[in-house]
Structures are given as C-alpha cells and as structure tokens.
Write a protein that binds this ligand. Structure first.
Ligand SMILES: Nc1ncnc2c1ncn2[C@@H]1O[C@H](COP(=O)(O)OP(=O)(O)OP(=O)(O)O)[C@@H](O)[C@H]1O
Ligand SMILES: [Mg+2]
Length: 109
C-alpha cells in the first residue's frame, strides 16, 4: 500500500474527492493546513524590503491505496487539482507497511 498525501487549493478539494470516488477509493482524510512552497507564500514590499506575509491556507488530502492503484490515483489527483498557476500544490507518496480496521482487528498488508 501507499499513502498519497496531497496539498491542494481549498477550492479544489471537492474535485479531488470526486476524482478519487470515481476510482472507488474507499477512504480518505482531509485536513486544513497552512504552508508555503518555493515562493514562500505571498510576499509584499514594505519600505523597499520584501516580506513573507503568510502561510497560505491549503487542504491536505490523504489516501492509502493498494500499490496497483497508486499511479492512477496520483494522476487523478494531479489532474483534478491543477489550475496551471503557482501554488497548485504538491503530492507526496509514502510506503505503508500495514493497516488495521479497528472495528474488526482485520489487517491489510
Ligand atoms: N517541500 C515541501 N515540504 C512540505 N510541504 C510543502 C513543500 N512544498 C510545498 N509544500 C506544501 O504544498 C503547498 C503548496 O505548495 P506550492 O504549490 O506552492 O508548491 P511549489 O513547489 O512552490 O509549486 P509552484 O511553483 O507551482 O507554486 C504549500 O503551501 C505547502 O503546504
Ligand atoms: Mg509555490
């Protein structure tokens, strides 16, 4: 399994969610986060000096999927979240060793 952790624009979350639903991905976790990428958030010029104004609000979408589904899921997320402008977000992919459903104790590898 893989954990696909995506940081996307808040107004793209629904499209990402729908794209993942079309792949029958069973679960996801969505969290409000703040951050910046390589442009270091918004900048503003004050008295001739450039300042970092903020950590911008983003949404983090986490999905754990079977290895065989990962590439398709990543493509679906990237296509759904892209506007083509800076700040569209990032996708990070991690290996997942095990997962347990607490209700049943059932283990997935
Ligand atoms: N290296 C990183 N580590 C952790 N989080 C990151 C990293 N880069 C970006 N992020 C997260 O992703 C969000 C969106 O990043 P952003 O889209 O600006 O990335 P970027 O690499 O600067 O790409 P772009 O040039 O398209 O803006 C950030 O607000 C931050 O939450
Ligand atoms: Mg950026």
């Amino acid at each position: 399994m893989k954990l696909i952790k995506s940081i996307v624009r808040p107004n793209k979350v629904d499209e990402v969610k729908d794209a993942l639903a079309r792949l029958n991905i069973a679960g996801m976790t969505v969290t409000e986060v703040r951050g910046h990428g390589k442009q270091k958030g918004h900048t503003a010029i004050y008295r001739g000096k450039e300042y970092n104004v903020s950590l911008l609000p983003k949404m983090e979408v986490e999905v754990v999927v079977a290895d065989a589904l990962a590439d398709e899921a990543i493509k679906a997320i990237v296509d759904a979240a892209r506007t083509g402008e800076i700040g569209d977000g990032r996708v990070f992919v991690f290996p997942v060793l095990e997962s347990y459903r607490i209700r049943t104790g059932e283990r997935e590898v």
